[in-house]
Design a protein. Structure first.
Length: 260
């Protein structure tokens, strides 16, 4: 049959990324406590497409995944990227996965235990530049926390408004950084953490803790950034905080980024 993808294209426009996006696939992730954790990822895979080709071969991406079936893990990404370069005869390959990661947490007062899920991502690429391999790997965690508004507390006779906030941490590192480490940093620098299971005594404890630790979005990103800045393993970081406002018709946002 005719291979339409290999048909010539005369518009002389190369494509930076062409491939598949948002494919669900089972993966294994390193777990600091339990060694490994099975989860389901949303997978996206892209390669560069030269100006003279009409399209890329979509089926080959899934074939690469299937070749690594049962071994789709963070540690396996380098091998997957190499396979993509070879299979597509391309110069650049991208392999991105987004997945829920679960940690068992203990409520502050009742000590009730429950699983908490966090959205995590691994964004990887491999580029061949003049025969030299250039790898890039970014780890991302999105952590739900509670923030209490310092301004509201200061000007109010009774109480203060709070927000559910999403703190997103992205890092490039020279050594292994556990997902749990980034999650713990984000939670510890918020007004209060979030839990799946809370009894009344826990709600009281968290509400009072948040009231004693009011923070703007700006405070949160600076505090997290200070922790990452001290970690010699981390060579680049980006921290975002988006506070989902409870009394304003907008969200509050702050971001810091640094290459060390």
């Amino acid at each position: 049959m005719k291979d339409v993808q290999n048909s010539p294209d005369n518009r002389n426009i190369p494509i930076k990324k062409a491939g598949i996006k948002s494919l669900q696939y089972p993966i294994t992730v390193l777990d600091r406590q339990n060694k490994s954790q099975e989860t389901t990822a949303i997978v996206s895979m892209y390669v560069d497409l030269p100006h003279n080709f009409k399209g890329t071969h979509m089926s080959r991406f899934v074939e690469v995944l299937n070749k690594h079936h049962g071994r789709i893990s963070v540690e396996e990404t380098d091998s997957i990227l190499y396979t993509m370069l070879e299979r597509f005869d391309c110069e650049t390959a991208h392999f991105d996965i987004t997945f829920p990661y679960f940690i068992e947490k203990e409520a502050p007062s009742s000590k009730a235990r429950s699983l908490m899920n966090y959205n995590c991502s691994l964004l990887t690429s491999l580029e061949m530049k003049s025969g030299t391999e250039v790898f890039d790997r970014i780890i991302e965690v999105s952590v739900p926390v509670t923030m209490l508004c310092p301004c509201s507390k200061e000007i109010s006779d009774e109480g203060a408004h709070n927000q559910r906030s999403i703190v997103t941490v992205r890092v490039r590192s020279s050594e292994l950084v556990w997902l749990e480490e980034l999650i713990e940093i984000a939670e510890s620098e918020a007004s209060a953490p979030v839990f799946s299971l809370l009894k009344r005594e826990d709600e009281k404890a968290l509400t009072e803790a948040a009231y004693q630790n009011p923070l703007f979005a700006e405070d949160a990103v600076r505090a997290v950034a200070s922790r990452l800045k001290e970690d010699e393993r981390i060579i680049w970081y980006q921290v975002e905080s988006e506070n989902q406002e409870s009394i304003h018709n907008h969200n509050a946002y702050a971001m810091v980024e640094e290459t060390k």
